[in-house]
Design a protein around this ligand. Structure first.
Ligand code: ZN
Length: 133
C-alpha cells in the first residue's frame, strides 16, 4: 500500500551551489548528505513539514541524473511515495500494466529500499516508491 508522500527529488548540477541557494530560500543550516553508489548520486536533503527535499547531483556521467540534466536541465526530477511493501506494490502495479524501471527494490538514500515507475506509464511524472529497510 502507498501510504504517504516521502520526498521530492530535485536534479542539480552542483550540490554546494544548490545548498547555498536552498539555505537562502528556506533559512536552513544543516543538510543530511550522503552518496548513493548504486544510483551514482550525491544527495543533500532537508525536511520541510515531514516531507524531504532531496537535492540530487550526479557523481558520474553514467548516472541517470546526468542524463536527465543533459536532456531537461535542473529541476524537479521525481516524486517519492512511501509504501509499506515496495516489492508487493511493484507486482500489483505491473499487473495493472504500469511500466516499471526497477522490477526489484534497490538501495536508496536514508536506508530505504526504492524503485522507480516509468514516466511513460504515469502521465509524465517519474515516481519512486520507497520503504524503510
Ligand atoms: Zn528519491
Amino acid at each position: 500500500m502507498i501510504t504517504s508522500l516521502n520526498h521530492i527529488g530535485i536534479a542539480v548540477r552542483d550540490i554546494e551551489v544548490s545548498k547555498t541557494l536552498y539555505k537562502k530560500i528556506f533559512g536552513i543550516e544543516t543538510f543530511h548528505t550522503e552518496t548513493v553508489e548504486e544510483q551514482m548520486v550525491q544527495i543533500a536533503s532537508f525536511n520541510i513539514g515531514g516531507i524531504l527535499i532531496e537535492l540530487t547531483a550526479p557523481t558520474s556521467p553514467d548516472s541517470p541524473i546526468s542524463k536527465f540534466l543533459d536532456k531537461r536541465g535542473e529541476g524537479i526530477h521525481h516524486i517519492a511515495f512511501k509504501s509499506d511493501n515496495v516489492q508487493k506494490e511493484l507486482s500489483r502495479l505491473s499487473e495493472e500494466g504500469i511500466q516499471l524501471i526497477n522490477s526489484e527494490p534497490k538501495d536508496g538514500a536514508h536506508e530505504m529500499l526504492i524503485a522507480f515507475l516509468h514516466p511513460k506509464s504515469t502521465g509524465g511524472v517519474l515516481m519512486e516508491l520507497c520503504q524503510p529497510k
